[in-house]
Design a protein around this ligand. Sequence first.
Ligand SMILES: NC(=O)c1ccc[n+]([C@@H]2O[C@H](COP(=O)([O-])OP(=O)(O)OC[C@H]3O[C@@H](n4cnc5c(N)ncnc54)[C@H](OP(=O)(O)O)[C@@H]3O)[C@@H](O)[C@H]2O)c1
Length: 248
Amino acid sequence: MFNLFNKIAIVTGASRGIGKVIAQVFANAGAHVVCVARSEDAIASLTDEINSNGGSASYQSCDISDGDSFSSLISSVAKKNGRLDILVNNAGVTQDNLLMRMKENQWDSVLNINLKGAFHGMKAAIRPMMKNRNGRIINITSIVGLTGNAGQANYAASKAGLIGLSKSVAKEVATRGITVNCIAPGWIGTDMTDELSDDIKEQFLSRIPANRMGSPEDIAHAALFLASDEASYITGQTITVDGGRVIN
Ligand SMILES: NC(=O)c1ccc[n+]([C@@H]2O[C@H](COP(=O)([O-])OP(=O)(O)OC[C@H]3O[C@@H](n4cnc5c(N)ncnc54)[C@H](OP(=O)(O)O)[C@@H]3O)[C@@H](O)[C@H]2O)c1
């Protein structure tokens, strides 16, 4: 398996779901992981769990849509550790509605967290990464950003925007040893998807060639690969991890 020995990683949205498992997998692979989310109790207990299992983690509570707080968190992690190797922009939310009924605040809050949060994170992270001439930025988008989805115009726009943002920044920093890639999960079993009705779940399943819902581990293992030294020649890409859903 790929290792992340001595790497310093920040994972947003680490309080539950996909981000929590990415933090655990990165710590198992040898990284020091800074767990970020708004729910302080959840990231504190994840940090305890990682540290008591022989890994290395710390936590900082932050609302990533607050650009100043998120940027200063990243700068302080880089300063304290002498560098920052990996940033995973995983935190994300949905606020679904048909466009006709969508309120401006539903649009703004989804765009502010999913897209602008990643903008703030990347902007702050590339400075220390450039200094080190090494870095990995992994943005968690969604297959909905590739295909669109009725009722999710705000979410799809944020996730498609993240892909364009990642490709652009990948070009800006490629000569500095920094890669910027996206992972586009399909339907992954987390709190976010638990909310779906049984009917919708059945419909989803019928379109997935692998005939199963994905797990957070499926995403975390792709993230581990992209974060590793072995992935140094992959940049500006979006890897779909969806059991074949988008080819169907
Ligand atoms: N599950 C899926 O099927 C699926 C599919 C495609 C893409 N994705 C993407 O994968 C990522 C993780 O999804 P998930 O299913 O694990 O979702 P989840 O279980 O709902 O977890 C979302 C995470 O984001 C954090 N978060 C939300 N808003 C935040 C903010 N303003 N500041 C800091 N942290 C914030 C939450 O922590 P707090 O609430 O504690 O802040 C939580 O840790 C998201 O970007 C999502 O869009 C998921």
